[in-house]
Design a protein around this ligand. Structure first.
Ligand SMILES: Cc1cc2nc3c(=O)[nH]c(=O)nc-3n(C[C@H](O)[C@H](O)[C@H](O)COP(=O)(O)OP(=O)(O)OC[C@H]3O[C@@H](n4cnc5c(N)ncnc54)[C@H](O)[C@@H]3O)c2cc1C
Ligand SMILES: NC(=O)c1ccc[n+]([C@@H]2O[C@H](COP(=O)([O-])OP(=O)(O)OC[C@H]3O[C@@H](n4cnc5c(N)ncnc54)[C@H](O)[C@@H]3O)[C@@H](O)[C@H]2O)c1
Length: 529
């Protein structure tokens, strides 16, 4: 029997006081976060495959869509007999936004409730500002790499940056995308209702303190907030989460990053490019435990070892005290296995990147007999909410980070689109294994599907063989022209690639694969209704 790398990490209760300050709506609950492991390819650019999530959409005529919605509804219990909206979405993050646009396209009268600003985590505190900072770190890295520049025949005398200018770039980009999102919804007639949304009963939602809205279908899309383990005191200045780090109010000389997942890695890229020294603190035995082990090793060689980064693995940060009265940030570490005290670090700052917790507090789920599981809203494969007795709650769905299936922006919006397909009469199940992910370090790491150990474990159970195909960027013309031949790709089949691009490396991979292609799209075959 092959051993499995399917890791599951139990995380202690978060620091409620810190979260109350940091999150838009205060407090958060306990979380156990499964770590996703997928096949990976390490490269400077994303590998160039995209998920054909929308390719099999069935476009229904608006009136037909409305008929189907009405036909599929059964007015149970205290549900209202007529509705203000066909669809009401709680949370205007990327998941809610994607669902809202698709719903209007399908002819549904749609409203979205937002208690903070439109755009949610991704636009305001996640993907967008972090990628703006990573665009800066990528260029800084190129300018700083004298050896690389010389190989291209270039000379640069000095590379410097203006911290405020970099911070403004990230902030301005977030504002721009936030406005785009807001305008795109207003332009097509989505009602944006401002206020905190909570479920009052079946098909009934309270918005703010006194408004009550009814809807045939409701989607919960309330997202997540940074998870801060107990004992860690976040002051927002010297002990920070990604919410603070993205504002780039300072660039510390020495920063400890607790957690070497996506957030930890991406920020290590930013901080080291801007001149910080980084110390990783990782609870598991290796850095980047969520990645395919071979890719993890390569990433260690390329992203960690050559940089001003050191690390402690197999240790938990149990207590972190912010800098005060001239004293540095103090981090107490214990051995993750024996729980014995291991070390104490004194650093200028600490970034807590230990995962995200669902934001589902105050949603009124108890009013409809729904109990969250470690804060996540339980859903089936169609994002339909499951109640405390294991039954599906009619007309209620949950998408995105709040259901914990896959904490990625494009997964949230794909789930939203999937739900809209269902409420307009088309059965639709997303295949999450076909949804790619990318870590936007320099070079980047992208992945889709199972990791090698996961594939081997599945093969052992289900009785098939695993064939590993692997290719390198060392012979790729585009990579060599960029003087960036470091990197590999493992497994993916059937795609046509533009020339000259880095993704041509995949063609090589496919040619060398011994297995027959198993092509699966992110959507299941449609079921006629
Ligand atoms: C630093 C960072 C970088 C990231 N980078 C990437 C990336 O590059 N690519 C990627 O795919 N993913 C990335 N992610 C993850 C991505 O941001 C999330 O997966 C995504 O935002 C989830 O979308 P969502 O719609 O589920 O929730 P969110 O975007 O969190 O939106 C939820 C919205 O609901 C609102 N809300 C909550 N409760 C209520 C309520 N009761 N009433 C009214 N409104 C409410 C919130 O104010 C918020 O606007 C990143 C995350 C972080 C933190
Ligand atoms: N490019 C992207 O797509 C992107 C970028 C950033 C964030 N995200 C999303 O945001 C989510 C959160 O990211 P994240 O990096 O915070 O979480 P993560 O789950 O990716 O990594 C958290 C890491 O922290 C470690 N850890 C947890 N508690 C610890 C402790 N007390 N001491 C030491 N180590 C500890 C875990 O072992 C793990 O390696 C991810 O799941 C990802 O989906 C995506």
């Amino acid at each position: 029997m092959q051993s499995s790398l399917s890791l599951s990490l139990t995380i202690p209760r978060p620091n409620h006081a810190a979260l109350a300050r940091d999150s838009p709506f205060a407090k958060i609950s306990h979380s156990t976060k499964p770590i996703n492991l997928r096949f990976c390819g390490l490269r400077r650019e994303a590998l160039g495959f995209s998920s054909p999530i929308l390719t099999r959409r069935v476009h229904l005529h608006s009136s037909r869509a409305t008929q189907l919605v009405s036909a599929s509804l059964s007015n149970n219990g205290s549900a209202p007999k007529s509705f203000d909206y066909d669809l009401l979405i709680i949370g205007a993050g990327v998941g809610g936004h994607g669902a809202a646009l698709h719903a209007v396209e399908k002819g549904l009268k749609t409203a979205i409730v937002e208690g903070d600003v439109v755009g949610g985590t991704c636009v305001n505190r996640g993907c967008v500002p972090s990628k703006a900072l990573l665009a800066v770190s990528g260029r800084m890295r190129e300018l700083q790499n004298e050896h690389h520049l010389k190989a291209l025949g270039l000379q640069v005398s000095a590379a410097g940056y203006d911290r405020q200018g970099v911070a403004d770039h990230a902030n301005n980009l977030a504002s721009k995308i936030r406005n785009n999102l807001t305008n795109s919804m207003k332009a097509i007639g989505v009602d944006i209702l401002t206020g905190f949304g909570s479920v009052l009963g079946p098909q009934k939602v309270k918005v703010g303190s006194d408004k009550v809205v009814t809807a045939k279908n409701i989607i919960i899309a309330t997202g997540s907030v940074p998870f801060v383990p107990k004992g860690i005191e976040v002051d927002g200045k010297t002990v920070i989460t990604s919410d603070h780090a993205l504002k780039l109010e300072s660039v510390p000389d020495w920063i400890a990053i607790v957690g070497s997942g996506y957030i930890g890695l991406e920020f290590s890229d930013v901080y080291t490019a801007l001149g910080s020294e980084v110390t990783f603190i990782e609870a598991l035995d290796q850095l980047m435990p969520g990645f395919d082990p071979e890719i993890g090793k390569l990433a260690q060689r390329v992203l960690i070892n050559p940089r001003k980064i050191d690390y402690h693995t197999g240790v938990f940060a149990t207590k972190i005290t912010p800098a005060k009265d001239g004293k540095p940030v103090i981090i107490e570490l214990i051995d993750a296995k024996t729980k014995e005290p291991k070390d104490t670090l004194e650093v200028d700052a600490a970034l807590i990147a230990t995962g995200r917790a669902p934001f589902t507090q105050g949603l009124g789920l108890e009013n409809i007999n729904v109990a969250t599981q470690r804060g996540f809203v339980p859903v089936d494969e169609r994002m339909r909410v499951i109640d405390a007795d294991g039954k599906l709650v009619p007309h209620l769905y949950c998408i995105g980070d709040a259901n914990g299936k896959m904490m990625l922006a494009h997964a949230a919006s794909a789930q939203g689109i999937s739900v809209v397909e269902q409420v307009t009469g088309r059965d639709h199940v997303l295949n999450h294994l076909s949804i790619p992910a990318a870590c936007f370090t320099h070079p980047e790491i992208s992945m889709v599907g199972l990791t090698e150990p996961q594939a081997r474990e599945k093969a052992e159970k289900e009785g098939f063989e695993v064939s590993i195909a692997k290719t390198s960027f060392k012979a790729n013309t585009k990579a060599l022209a960029e003087n960036e031949g470091e990197g590999i790709a493992k497994d993916i089949k059937l795609a046509v690639h533009a020339h000259p691009t880095l993704s041509e490396v995949l063609d090589e991979l496919f040619k060398s694969a011994k297995v027959k292609a198993h092509v699966s799209s992110p959507v299941s075959e449609p079921v006629a209704v």
